[in-house]
Design a protein around this ligand. Structure first.
Ligand code: AMP
Ligand code: MG
Length: 470
């Protein structure tokens, strides 16, 4: 059984301090659920039978040229520093340089215990695997920087959580798995040489124009500011923006209890463990600044005298709220048809959001209806909308083609939480048709008329809480 991937493993060539080298734990009876052919071609992977793919992407066999490693990192979890985390149920198989010239990691998630597993079993169950598969691919189709899904397999083994559940492995592709927490682990341990080495590695891999730690900080802050603004613009709540779940590449990473807003409310929280609403929808812009402050603090530790760059680091982090606001304005301006919104337009946008919140209007459907000229029906009190719409129409005078601008900024379908839960329940019962259907529909989110998937949940269908599901 040969499967030769053109691996080119740069992270595994770093010193041992960065990772633990080990193979995945073989599974009993791997079976391929799905394989992302388009992505595989982009990565330059060879063709293979389903059985070979199942063996390779479940960890039953290790592809030729792979150097599986568990990456070391630390992180602030809900604001509390945990000095050692690391891949506890994931293994980086290796890196490939795709047909587009971009280097990407191929990682197995759910591949068995590692030295960083702590109390965990190193495994994943089918629910979170399919959830991440569907949502990360949906994010990609929305044009949002994200890790991708290459394959999902079942393992033929049980995973014990609150109940006995089918085991599964996700194969994830990312521009890298470097996190804020990867820097924090070396900063916390006072390993300056490793921290400097990691900084050089991250710059070379992601921001080749950067010349030093402060350039890297500036670049990551800019990428994260854009990322959070685009999340906001589609109603996405990451749910667990710990610093270990915050990627240096600027990609969305670690889909756990994430979800999209149905009826708009700024304080929406889905994650069952987010009791204080730290990662609520409207807190995301503040949290990303907090995370970047932690990144700055870590980066400074490699300098002989960290205070020399303190002013510069502070200035870079303090510039973020304005960057996020500008990115937010540009995204939400487009959602109401403004190609070049100015600061004066923020109030008009905010008024609409306030109105949506007061009326329990559906986020996605309201903006979609706005783009199609029938938003009035989305509001219980239509006159309230009329008053806002009158002001809006005045502002739109002289705009070139607001309809096109709006339609490009507002998707028609998103992975609604009740659909995700329904899909997982079906898959556990052996029916993967809802999974396939969601994948297909969410691949063209701006251009669909799948009325069924556009519909918000009824009261009975609502799924108000999500779980980490590890
Ligand atoms: P997460 O909140 O999913 O990003 O995970 C936080 C940390 O817990 C990471 O270091 C994971 O590798 C680890 N972890 C989560 N689930 C498991 C598991 N089932 N077995 C071992 N480690 C896990
Ligand atoms: Mg994580």
């Amino acid at each position: 059984m040969s499967f030769s991937v053109p691996f080119d493993n740069s992270y595994a060539a770093l010193p041992d301090a960065f990772y633990a080298r080990l193979d995945p734990t073989p599974v009993k009876a791997p079976k391929l659920i799905t394989f992302n052919e388009t992505l595989a071609q982009k990565l330059g992977l060879p063709e293979a039978s389903d059985d070979v793919l199942a063996a390779m992407f479940s960890g039953q066999k290790v592809p030729e040229g792979a150097t599986p490693i568990a990456q070391l990192y630390a992180g602030h979890q809900f604001g509390t520093f945990n000095p050692q985390l690391g891949d506890g149920r994931a293994l980086l198989l290796g890196e490939v340089v795709g047909t587009d010239g971009i280097r990407r990691d191929i990682q197995l998630k759910g591949s068995g215990p590692t030295p960083y597993s702590r109390m965990g079993d190193g495994r994943a169950w089918l629910g979170p695997v399919l959830r991440e598969y569907v949502i990360s691919e949906a994010m990609h189709a929305l044009g949002i920087p994200t890790t991708r899904a290459l394959a999902a397999t079942t393992t033929g083994e049980d995973v014990i959580r609150e109940t006995v559940l089918p085991g599964a492995v996700l194969t994830r592709v990312a521009q890298s798995h470097l996190r804020v927490g990867t820097f924090q682990v070396f900063a916390h341990r006072g390993q300056k040489a490793e921290l400097a080495r990691l900084t050089d590695y991250a710059m070379a891999r992601h921001y080749p124009d950067a010349k030093g730690p402060m350039d890297l900080l500036r670049a990551v802050c800019a990428a994260q500011a854009e990322l959070v603004a685009v999340w906001m613009s589609v109603g996405f709540i990451h749910g667990v923006m710990n610093t270990d779940n915050c990627a240096i590449s600027g990609e969305t990473i670690d889909y756990g209890p994430c979800a999209f807003i149905d009826d708009y409310h700024a304080d929406t929280v889905f994650s069952s463990i987010d009791q204080m609403g730290r990662y609520a929808y409207s807190n995301q812009p503040r949290i990303i600044v907090w995370n970047m402050a932690q990144f700055a603090t870590a980066l400074l530790q490699q300098l002989d005298d960290p205070t020399t760059a303190l002013d510069e680091a502070t200035e870079i982090v303090h510039a973020m709220p304005a960057q996020i606001e500008a990115a937010w304005l540009s995204r939400f301006g487009a959602k109401i048809g403004l190609a070049a919104p100015t600061k004066d337009d923020a109030a008009l946008i905010q008024d609409l959001l306030t109105l949506m919140q007061a009326q329990g209007a559906d986020f996605t459907n309201t903006f979609d209806a706005l783009a199609r000229g029938d938003a009035r029906d989305q509001f219980l009190e239509r006159e309230a909308f009329d008053a806002w719409a009158a002001e809006w129409q005045t502002r739109l005078q002289g705009e070139g083609d607001p309809q096109t601008v709006m339609q490009a900024a507002s998707p028609r379908i998103i992975p609604r939480n009740h659909r995700m839960e329904e899909m997982i329940a079906a898959a556990v019962a052996g029916d993967f048709a809802p999974f396939e259907r969601l994948l297909t529909a969410l691949a063209s989110p701006f251009d669909t008329d799948d009325l069924d998937l556009m519909r918000p949940p009824t009261k009975a269908q609502r799924v108000p809480a999500t779980f980490c599901g590890t």
